[in-house]
Design a protein around this ligand. Sequence first.
Ligand code: HDE
Length: 679
Amino acid sequence: MSKNDKDQQLEHFRSNDNEDKDLTTNGGVKLSEDDHSLKAGTRGPTLLEDFHLREKLTHFDHERIPERVVHARGFGAHGEFQVYDDSMKAFTKAKFLTNPHTTTPVFVRFSTVVGSRGSLDTPRDARGFATKFYTEEGNYDLVGNNIPVFFIQDGIKFPDLIHAVKPEPHNEMPQAASAHDTFWDWVSQNQESAHMVMWVMSDRGIPRSYRTMEGFGVHTFRLVNDKGEGHFVKFHWKPVLGTHSLVWDEAQKLGGKDPDFNRRDLWESIEAGDYAEYELGVQILEEKDEFSFDFDILDPTKIWPEEEIPVRKIGKMTLNRNVDNVFAETEQVAFQVGNVVPGIDFTNDPLLQARLFSYTDTQLIRLGGPNFHELPINRPVCPFHNNQRDGYGRQTINTGQVAYHNNRLANGSPNTVEESEGGYAHYQEKVEGRKIRERSDSFKDHFSQATLYWNSLSDIEKEHTISAFQFELSKVESQGVKERVVEMFSHVNSNLANRIAEKVGVDAVGNNETMTTKSSPALSQQNTIFSAATRKLAIIVTDGFDGEKVKSILNDLQEAGVNPCIVSDRLGTIRGSGGVEVQAKHTFASDSSVVFDGVYLIGSDKVDATFKHDALLFIDEAYQHFKPIAATGDAIYWIKDLDYPSEEGILLEEQAGNDFAKQIVDALSAHRFWNRSQV
Ligand code: HDE
């Protein structure tokens, strides 16, 4: 893989030169000893003059920086973006969106929102999906989420929302969870949150993988072409592998079995060459259509239904390189919604306007001063020059006498650039109005699109959403909060509200539903792309398996892009007939079915009772999580003995004929067998 501009730039900052080198202080003084501090006698007091001890401890004492106030837990990767053609020229002059011959380096950071940096990957939560494009015209940051709407319409409420959802201040519980009183109290008092809450309670709140997660810019932005004409735009990331989720019980178990589940998945996939791919989509609206909809296009609690305003896929992003150092890159990356390039501009969405302030502001404290743009991960790949100087941690040594604009001593440089030559010029939108603190009337419908979302879900997605509400509100202690939430969601759907009420000790409420009968099929994950590619299949084997058969099926699975993982009761070589050997990298002790997408049980006559017991626990959990289960040889009878009420997604080789591998691949692509829940 040839190095893109960003990678080449980062190369100058990489350092891995400890090998065979002398140990020194930061001042370069060679050290003769690194295990004992300087003391007055071997049992005597430590001496203040020990500069080595002082420096080592001081540096260590300052290794941590404040975690992000939201989105603290994140994971990043490098990659590239390229548009398919030049058709976006009609709408924008941004070169990276119009030149199909340009490959733009990117850095993406995925995150959970609520939990601390050391929390888990799989709580019910929104996910951040922030992309930094290192374009030849400067950095462009698309700082989005995996949910296309937001809880609030005005940034002034953001601190309240976050204080309510974070662990409660008196006892700092619960960690990385919205299932507590203050969050739901806040929701019931801020009913514009209804739509986003519906998304978070649905399967979207627990993505299977960052590779199977959509991304959204959320706000309405503006594109500006070289004639100065503006269009409204919404940005989408569409994962090539489709949008898929976990089930809640699985997500909770993963929190213990593998709190790094999502980051591990991204890291391992990239290491294996299974790069994460997303298509960039845009929905574009002409300015004359600004008021043509039954929602306000500037309201960030609203989507633009794809069936009404189609998503046009304009390019592809491939994440193909893991970071070298998580702190230096993922932790120090600084996204800012205000980082735009010519051809992309803002709108008057009041949530967006507040964000334009907040990001740089928080980075000033998090990254310790105004020079974080000099950190390697944040540097643009194009030249940058200005008269900004000094500040904490300044690295550039600006030589010369002049550090001010409008000078003759440096011939006026650095020079401003005409708009026609690529200088950024703000879109000249006409604005007028009186200063006022009020919500626009056009922002006051909080429920129609929440109902639209509900209407769009498949039956199983609806059931999952109801269960999520039941779970969350069961953790709420205040009866009043529960009652108010049930009342609030009766405006979305009365069946939803009453199913929640039934489980949380609240009386049923009347029907307050919005009259919306609309739905948007694009919102259901049932209508996404299904693929077996890169899915992890646990292959449970022990000594004595049918060597030839297993060898050939493993080949077929790998050819189909599946990721077979050998599981046994011990690590190392497992021996089959005909001298065939496989290497077990997972055991019943180290893993359970939750970390895999399906299970394939290979029978053998050398099985002991403990092995069978552990293997069946694996199978049972996979069945409960609706995952495909396959069995060969004696294992067929073990499965039959379990007498499961549903045969959906259970493949027994005796019924299968010769194309067993293909049937497993098809079952893996199906993702889950929801009909099991109907039995
Ligand atoms: Fe953020 N948000 N946000 N946000 N946000 C931050 O910036 C903020 C909002 C999003 O991986 C913070 O550097 C305000 C919407 C992502 O580094 C902070 C408001 C969306 C990330 C901040 C919002 C997002 C952040 C914390 C309401 C989806 C992680 C650390 C006006 C479109 C970026 C930081 C990363 C991070 C403020 C609302 C996405 C405090 C005030 C809507 C993906 O500045």
